[in-house]
Design a protein. Sequence first.
Length: 335
Amino acid sequence: MVSIPDLEKNLAKMQQLLNAAQNEVQKKTFQDIIENLTKQLESEKSKINPTKAENLKVDKPSEKDTDKQSIQQSKTETKKQTESKPKSESQKVATSEVKEEEKLENKEEESLPPKQDYAFQGIGILYGKIVRRYEDNDAYYNLISEGKTYELIYNSPKVKEFLRLDYNPDKDRYVTVYPYLTHFPDKNTRPKLGFTIIAANDNPHLDLKVNEFKLSGFWQFIAVCKCPVISIHRNRKGKGDRVSRLKKKFDNEKLNKKLTRANHVPVLWRDAPVKPFRFNPKLEKDQQGDRYFVEIKAKFIPGREQWGFMELLGEPTLDVPKFYKPEKIPNSKVA
């Protein structure tokens, strides 16, 4: 469960964001989140001493305090926007920013307490035909959906065996997938998009329609993408999880890099209740903005390698589940 200090921290932050909201959509979203957090906080406090529950109700800020917070937040947002403007679009600067972002992300993962109420996730449903990439090779497959062709990746031997035994290139299926994106140094180049196949069914699966995805992760900008992304990392559940077992069994740097890679999913989200984090290499860690963990439903846009926001599935939060830091192969070891 989320602790009382965490709830109070989130409540205070959401109140500040409500004061700085720029339109009715944002205001309504923040009001709903604040109402929900307030109920959670009162519930948690009542568990400590039920007889004093009435005395522990959350105090609402006065109008004077609200006005003061709004002015301060406005000044802060203006300052952040000024400081965050990139000076160069060169590949050298982009590479430098990527490295600094990784350092910040690693420090953040180590310093924040684990919150298992949340989990990184990217899963959705596509509809189309599964075909062999090469006519006489049953190890590689593509998905043809809405006239577009995407590479399919599989991690499970059971999925591989299913694809081999139940192969029918003329049959349309509901395919459960994870997005698998590869970004390039030039942010103007579209990422390469493939999908990791989890299952294929004759009827709709999960509570999602075709092209709908559930995305949970960091809402932020990255140096190699013009559009803000939701960064989906590998969840770290403990010493007994799959990633931990494979790393221990094989101890292979290339495999470790693949196992711990993050997927950065581009999302079009015009009225997001919180701003996407943007790393500023000129600022110290404690001067950077907040990096929010978000949970949304989004619609995949075929041909654009992007997703469009549909609805909020959870409150944006600063609480972060434990995750694996993406591992890199040292340059000296790259052939």
